[in-house]
Design a protein around this ligand. Structure first.
Ligand code: FAD
Length: 622
């Protein structure tokens, strides 16, 4: 008898998308299995050991607000934390953590192993079971068959993976792991649009072989930031510094002399690489006038003796990598422990997905992560959470859910992908969001935790912490609003020193906080009070009062657009019946099949006039 087992949801792949997908499904009480090639590599960081950064930190906070694992793992594994853009407005401030990759993997694995309703199994998946046009399970390399109501595929850079070091190449999913060849072949038989992308990673360097005494030190921030809304700085392990070196004329000359040995420049690699994470050879060619690039030397862990040189991702041959590394200050005697490489892999056109990440061609099959054309752990985690959430909602016979563009960066990410597709690895930036002021890191919990609670992915502890914080913010706002300040009772000398002028009419403390040069700390000093609330509560009170004018204006704009934005377009809509549409627009709409009027409006080539015609049609037929 053949072995067979049944699950509600099967998640294939234990990277950043797969782990969030499996946890989001299991948190809903749905019987879930995470099937991955190798249990030892669950939560592995294939490239740089860091979580967050501009735009990406926002995604991590949103995943956390919906009960996800990434932020908590980063808090437990982070060995250097910084707030980027700290001098700018709250909308673009972003948290970044340098992570100890062993601790990170351990934290993710512990969360997976302790999650009720979730089983782990180690096997590569080679085939999908399809019944009546719907996915019905998977078959593993050893011929084991697992049936499921829904399947989430999150196999990263592994599909048809081809690793390049110079002009040599070999199959691989990433260094040390086999490529998924059988599954890639199987998926190519299905009616998905598939193409190739590439990404790369730098060589790693033995810590002992670096002369740090010549290099600039970059410590983390104090007080140390935290990632999770449930986190505390005391969750972090010991904090250490990164160091900075630079490429120089000699480095650039070595690269220029050897460009003909690069698989990218010799035409060996067909896939397009990440524009915003270019290889060092790309940077030298594209920015030919620059004679130095900054390289961050980032420790890979507390006990680990390897350093990640951030900024010299390369697929040049090993002997050239060696010369590049040794040309830089502090690295004159560096020993490379792992060569850098580029990898080419299959990805699927995300325009073939519904916004809840179910594929349009095969009901029950969801795609998340790098296979949708994105790059980055955070982008993968965000999609994984949405795919796993919806795979389980479908099992529970509930309607799908996905955030709108004005609700979350996750909404921006998904809408960009499914509406416009991508020709190069897509990464998140704050500039991709039109409602940045609403989508701050600090309010990700306000935006998403109540929804997550309703959907069944936010547990009791997170819900309690969220409510306590909201109560504290409200209480503090009321207290400050009731705290009347009259000029005669204040130390006007102190007031002038802070405000730049004396206070000449009565006001309340909340109003004073609105002034540009008054922060929470100075307000407390004016009131002769100690800061009595938690820093995150003070931050919320301050941001809400200082930016209320802008926030209200943006909210009004969202409300106005929202009325039409969310008007649904039926899946079987016949665009031939919409009067006045040009053939070009009609073809674009037929190909994209947008789910809402808002999505239709964002398809390139769909004009505002065409949107009006759609609106008229909907009103006439609806
Ligand atoms: P992955 O993390 O790749 O996880 C895929 C998982 O699927 C793995 O657990 C694997 O074992 C499993 N799997 C694969 N095939 C099967 C199968 N058939 N059956 C079962 N399990 C399977 N990101 C950046 O942001 N910047 C960078 O510069 C960058 N450079 C990179 C360089 C390299 C060389 C690589 C490999 C990745 C790089 N990344 C970079 C990307 C980053 O690693 C990915 O974006 C992220 O890991 C994607 O997460 P994922 O969950 O989609 O896939």
């Amino acid at each position: 008898m053949h072995y067979q087992d049944h699950y509600d949801v099967i998640v294939v792949g234990g990277g950043h998308a797969g782990t969030e997908a499996a946890l989001a499904s299991a948190r809903q009480g749905v019987k879930t299995m995470l099937l991955s090639q190798n249990i030892e590599t669950l939560g592995q960081m294939s490239c740089n050991p860091a979580i967050g950064g501009i735009g990406k930190g926002h995604l991590v906070k949103e995943v956390d607000a919906l009960g996800g694992a990434m932020a908590r793992a980063a808090d437990l594994a982070g060995i250097q934390f910084r707030t980027l853009n700290s001098s700018k407005g709250p909308a673009v401030r972003a948290t970044r953590a340098q992570a100890d990759r062993i601790r990170y993997k351990a934290a993710i694995r512990a969360m997976l192993e302790n999650q009720p309703n979730l089983s782990l199994f180690q096997q590569a998946v080679d085939d999908l079971v399809v019944e009546n046009g719907r996915v019905a399970g998977v078959v593993t390399q050893a011929g084991l068959r697992f049936s499921a109501k829904t399947v989430v595929l999150t196999v990263g850079t592994f599909l048809g993976g081809l690793i390049h070091i110079g002009l040599q190449n070999h199959q691989g999913g990433r260094a040390g792991d086999p490529a998924s060849i059988a599954l890639s072949r199987r998926l190519r038989e299905l009616p998905f649009r598939v193409d190739r992308l590439k990404t790369g990673t730098p060589p790693r360097i033995a810590t002992q072989s670096i002369d740090f005494s010549q290099l600039k030190e970059q410590p983390g921030d104090t007080p140390t930031p935290v990632f999770s809304f449930l986190g505390k700085a005391s969750d972090h392990p010991r904090q250490i510094s990164c160091y900075i070196t630079h490429t120089n004329d000699q480095t650039h000359e070595v690269i220029r002399q050897n460009l003909h040995r690069s698989p990218m420049y010799s035409g060996e690699i067909e896939g397009i690489g990440p524009r915003y994470c270019p290889s060092i050879e790309d940077k030298v060619v594209r920015f030919a006038d620059r004679n130095a690039h900054q390289i961050f030397l980032e420790p890979e862990g507390l006990e680990c003796g390897e350093v990640y040189p951030n900024g010299i991702s390369t697929s040049l041959p090993f002997d050239v990598q060696y010369e590049i590394v040794r040309s830089m200050k502090g690295l004159e005697n560096a020993h490379i422990t792992r060569p850098g490489y580029a990898i080419e892999y299959d990805f699927f056109d995300p325009r073939d997905l519904n916004p809840w990440l179910e594929t349009r061609h095969m009901p029950g099959l969801f795609f998340a992560g790098q296979i949708n054309g994105t790059t980055g752990y955070e982008e993968a985690a965000a999609q994984g959470l949405i795919a796993g959430l919806n795979a389980a909602l479908q099992v529970r016979e509930l309607a799908p859910w996905y955030p709108r563009r004005d609700q979350a960066y996750i909404g921006v990410l998904i809408d960009d992908l499914i509406t416009s597709g991508t020709r190069e690895p897509y990464r998140m930036f704050t500039s991709r969001a039109e409602y940045r002021l609403m989508l701050r890191e600090d309010n990700a919990d306000v935006r998403l935790t109540p929804i997550g609670r309703e959907l069944g992915v936010v547990d009791d502890l997170r819900w309690q912490v969220f409510n306590e914080k909201q109560d504290a913010v409200e209480h503090e706002q009321q207290r400050l609003a009731a705290s009347k300040l009259s000029p005669e009772k204040l130390d006007q000398q102190k007031v002038s020193a802070i405000l730049g002028e004396p206070l000449n009419k009565a006001t309340n403390a909340l109003e004073l906080l609105r002034r540009p040069n008054v922060d929470y700390q100075t307000l407390m000093s004016l009131l002769d009070e100690q800061v009595a609330v938690a820093p995150e509560v003070a931050e919320q009170v301050m941001i809400q009062v200082k930016y209320s004018g802008y926030i209200n204006r943006q909210q009004n704009e969202i409300d106005r657009l929202q009325r039409n934005e969310s008007l649904p377009l039926p899946a079987d809509m016949n665009y031939k019946n919409v009067r006045g549409l040009s053939n070009e627009v009609r073809e674009k709409l037929e190909a994209a099949r947008p789910v809402s009027l808002g999505q239709a409006a964002r398809i390139s080539g769909v004009t505002p006039a065409a949107v009006s015609l759609l609106l008229v049609h909907l009103k006439r037929t609806g």
